[in-house]
Design a binder for this molecule. Structure first.
Ligand code: 13P
Length: 245
């Protein structure tokens, strides 16, 4: 089953609007159950999402269990809200919040230990050659998986999101995304073993919308998409679910 993951980022700020979107998604997936839709709203709307019985993810999490960490949201708090997934390593957090590979590794370890599924984002700022995936992508993958036990890797979905394709309308080509999939699978295969590398789920993200979603989804080796702004538009996202489901 293909993944359709909605990263609302901080686009939606109004609770009523959030609830209207939850309702829309719920209605659409009732009639289109052929894909796995996961909604990742901002923290304040997770409780409402949970009540809507959607599969939900958080856009981040803190690595410590609890304590004096002003402003942080912990894994136990998310568990109480039936959150199943967490997005980690998003390039916006790397760029604006100073998240390092080390921080991402700590979060990944903690989230997997606590039984969450993780959408791990990687991606380069730019490419030297248009069709060659830069080695920084492998570096990000290696750093994230440092000391992650083999048995937990199946709970990670890797999302390749080239930064230049995010929010720009300039999506990568499905063929390049597939090259990234092979590169990432090979990197993970070297860390663990080829079978684990082959089996890891791979998503593409970056300017995916109803016009191009099928090009990615139907491409061999791409298990789904991580969608930003298009997932916050009711009609547009319903259209995307229908196309995939
Ligand atoms: P856009 O779909 O808005 O380009 O964002 C992609 C993204 O960053 C999803 O995590």
């Amino acid at each position: 089953m293909k993944y359709l993951i909605a990263n609302w980022k901080s686009y939606i700020t109004d609770r009523k609007e959030a609830n209207s979107l939850f309702l829309g998604v719920k209605k659409t997936i009732q009639k289109n159950s052929g894909c796995k839709v996961i909604i990742c709203p901002p923290y304040p709307f997770l409780s409402d999402a949970s009540e809507s019985n959607l599969t939900i993810g958080a856009q981040d999490v803190f690595w410590e269990k609890n304590g004096a960490y002003t402003g942080e949201v912990t894994l136990d708090m998310l568990k109480n809200l039936n959150v199943e997934y967490v997005i980690l390593g998003h390039s916006e957090r790397r760029a604006y919040l100073g998240e390092t590979d080390d921080i991402i590794n700590k979060k990944l370890k903690a989230a997997l230990k606590a039984g969450f599924k993780v959408v791990l984002c990687v991606g380069e700022k730019q490419r030297k050659e248009p069709n060659v995936i830069p080695s920084v992508v492998a570096d990000q993958v290696k750093a994230a998986f440092l000391d992650i036990p083999k048995s937990k890797v199946c709970n990670v979905v890797v999302a390749y999101e080239p930064i230049w394709a995010i929010g720009t309308g300039l999506s990568d080509t499905p063929d390049n995304a597939y090259q990234a999939a092979l590169y990432i699978k090979k990197t993970i295969g070297k860390i663990y073993n080829p079978k684990i590398g082959t089996n890891i789920k791979f998503l593409y993200g970056g300017s995916v919308n109803s016009k191009n979603i099928l090009d990615f989804i139907s491409h061999h080796g791409i298990d789904g998409v991580l969608v930003g702004s298009a997932s916050t538009k009711k009609e547009e996202f319903a259209k995307m679910i229908k196309l995939v489901g």
